[in-house]
Design a protein around this ligand. Structure first.
Ligand SMILES: Cc1cc2nc3c(=O)[nH]c(=O)nc-3n(C[C@H](O)[C@H](O)[C@H](O)COP(=O)(O)O)c2cc1C
Length: 347
């Protein structure tokens, strides 16, 4: 079974759904001694199979396949549906977009998505938003695949440990993208990556990976000092040449530093941290459908914004320290991170 403590460099390039991860990015990170990941949240089994095969052809290093654990969801009452639909109508964006209420099935079947994972056997399988069925964890173990699950609190981490996972991804409140909290309607303790990592290292018996605003080697050194076995970096990789982030996403990360990053449920129905833009501001206090129905309903709007390179209506997911994002190849970013880590934490 793959063990994170054996990594050449203790870095996991975060799984990032939405076309950002690809075989080139993942294999460059993996070949440089880290873990290359895929956020397969909404991907079809065919796409998952193609990506895993293409990546394996480019690296023998560790690959991580990541999935969302969706909770059962129903369409809310008609009045709520209409209010959520109204909130998205007539937004001041140039171009036409159509809107409709999503139809079931509302999310992909995890068991079907995992078929190509069992065929291609990436070294690591991770989950966001919850714990998958125990049979999935057992199946992964029978194939020698290590399982990791995101936690945002001590309580979630203890449940992950009890389920038999091999490591915990401690996601701090600074982290970009969707907050992995199991119940978004419950209380969020909003712990930072370092505070959460310390808490979990003390109280859990499995390794902990720190995630959230880790942008350079000194940040990685702090995570390791807190007891983490590795650091998971998302935003740091978004402006790599190989990253599939949209041109507007890259531009805002590099140039729009005064905006800051904020949480919104407007794009998907679940809290996610991204660069503050017009859509987020206009959606404040508006009705949204539950996750992932809101995500489906905003798809046409986001696609229009992508086609017209309009950053004001795209989900520009980014962590709190996105101003430190560097525009390098993945290989050079890994080299820089390694050098900085050695400086901050001599062997
Ligand atoms: C664009 C983007 C997409 C993300 N998508 C996923 C995902 O599909 N699955 C997942 O487990 N985490 C996802 N995350 C969260 C990361 O795993 C990680 O917690 C986060 O990137 C760490 O904070 P940082 O972005 O400041 O490094 C995403 C993050 C970003 C920035």
């Amino acid at each position: 079974m793959f063990n994170l403590s054996e990594l050449g460099i203790p870095i996991i390039q975060a799984p990032m759904a939405g076309g950002i991860n690809n075989p080139r990015l993942a294999s460059e990170v993996s070949n440089a001694g880290g873990v290359g990941s895929f956020g397969f949240s909404y991907s079809t089994p065919q796409k998952i199979s193609e990506d895993l095969a293409a990546t394996r052809a480019l690296t023998n290093g560790p690959i991580n396949a990541n999935f969302f654990v969706f909770s059962a969801v129903d369409l809310p009452a008609q009045a709520v549906q209409q209010k959520a639909l109204e909130a998205l109508k007539n937004l001041p964006i140039e171009g036409e977009y159509s809107l409709s209420i999503p139809q079931a099935p509302f999310y992909p079947d995890l068991e079907e998505q995992l078929i190509p994972v069992w065929e291609h056997c990436p070294e690591i399988l991770t989950f966001h938003f919850g714990i998958p069925s125990l049979s999935i964890i057992e199946k992964a173990h029978s194939l020698g695949i290590a399982v990791g699950i995101t936690a945002t609190s001590f309580k979630e981490a203890k449940a992950i440990e009890k389920a038999g996972a091999d490591f915990i991804v401690a996601q701090g409140i600074e982290a970009g993208g969707h907050r992995g909290i199991f119940n978004p309607d419950g209380i969020d303790e909003k712990l930072t990556a370092i505070d959460l990592t310390r808490l979990l290292v003390k109280g859990c018996s499995i390794p902990v990976v720190a995630a959230g605003a880790i942008m350079d080697g000194a940040d990685i050194a702090s995570a390791l000092k807190s007891g983490a076995v590795a650091a998971q970096l998302g935003t740091a990789f978004l402006c790599c040449e190989e990253s599939g982030a949209s041109p507007a996403h890259k531009e805002y990360l590099l140039k729009h530093h005064g905006r800051g990053s904020v949480f919104t449920t407007g794009f998907s129905g679940r809290p996610a941290r991204g660069i503050n833009n017009e859509f987020i501001r206009l959606m404040e206090g508006k009705m949204v459908l539950p996750f992932p129905l809101q995500n489906t309903m905003t798809a046409t709007l986001r696609q229009l914004a992508g086609r017209t390179n309009n950053g004001e209506y795209q989900s520009l997911w980014a962590g709190q320290d996105y101003a430190s994002t560097r525009q390098l190849s993945a290989k050079n970013l890994m080299l820089a991170l390694k050098e900085e880590l050695l400086l901050a934490r001599p062997l």
